[in-house]
Design a protein around this ligand. Structure first.
Ligand code: ADP
Ligand code: MG
Length: 240
């Protein structure tokens, strides 16, 4: 479903992604972890072309996403992306945030988009907040609306970049719960997160990055019980 082949990226002189190879199958949940600055965000942002690459190929659902002539808007409609900062439209209610892309981009009727948005808000446990504005919602609630919004175009793939890092600790669980339910329903997901409990419980594979390279890919059992690389060992000793 998502395939990196020998992907390299530089910011000027800085080699920020080195020979990234990664294949993610349909329905797989992959957690990406590693120290700050190791290239995790850059790597997942290359998948929907929030970042360009200089070498290698990335395909999503068979499409070479960095090929010339790719319609970036169309590409992004098939890839749900959830950011650390929720980036909701502040002047729109929760349900209007969720309806926005189906109405504006897919030209669905408002009635149809509203029905879907109601379902999605229900799914993230926020049916009762449909008419609330982001400013009146907690961080955890805003992030759940952001997930509903990302799901509104029915993407086959969802990417998460530290979706709980900006939240107060008591709100982390409600967001992870929604992510777990998506995983159980068979969504293909790449999640950059330091929530090692989530990785252990939900992921199929854990990818550990350091200094722009993938240096370990393992099942969660193997990664947590017996990390091979010294830098992975040190990372786990620091975060767990
Ligand atoms: P992570 O998400 O693992 O913390 P990032 O992907 O954000 O890491 O960053 C990887 C490296 O690339 C870091 O050294 C960071 O400083 C650098 N970097 C990130 N974005 C830019 C940019 N727009 N311009 C130049 N350097 C950048
Ligand atoms: Mg990051």
């Amino acid at each position: 479903m998502i395939q990196f082949d020998k992907v390299n990226k530089w910011y000027g002189e800085h080699h920020v992604l080195t020979d990234i190879d990664l294949h993610v199958n349909k329905g797989e949940v992959v957690v990406v972890c590693g120290p700050s600055g190791s290239g995790k965000s850059t790597m997942i942002r290359t998948i929907n072309r929030l970042e360009e690459i200089q070498q290698g190929t990335i395909t999503v659902n068979g499409q070479d996403v960095h090929a010339r002539g790719v319609n970036i808007n169309h590409l992004r409609q098939g890839i749900g992306f959830v950011f650390q900062q929720f980036n909701l439209f502040p002047h729109m209610s929760a349900i209007d945030n969720v309806m926005y892309a189906p109405v504006q981009i897919q030209k669905q009727s408002k009635a149809q988009a509203r029905a879907l948005a109601e379902q999605l808000l229900e799914r993230v446990g926020l049916a009762h907040k449909a008419d609330a504005y982001p400013g009146s919602l907690s961080g955890g609630q805003q992030q759940r609306v952001a997930i509903a919004r990302a799901l509104a175009l029915k993407p086959p793939v969802m990417l998460f970049d530290e979706p709980t890092s900006a939240l107060d600790p008591e709100m982390v669980g409600e967001v992870l719960q929604v992510m777990k339910s998506l995983a159980r329903d068979g969504m293909t997901m790449i999640c950059v997160t330091h929530e090692m409990g989530f990785a252990r419980e939900v992921s199929d594979r854990v990818v550990f990055m350091d200094a722009g390279k993938i240096i370990e890919v393992d099942t969660p059992d193997a990664f947590f019980s017996n990390p091979k690389h010294p830098r992975a060992q040190k990372f786990l000793a620091d975060v767990v």
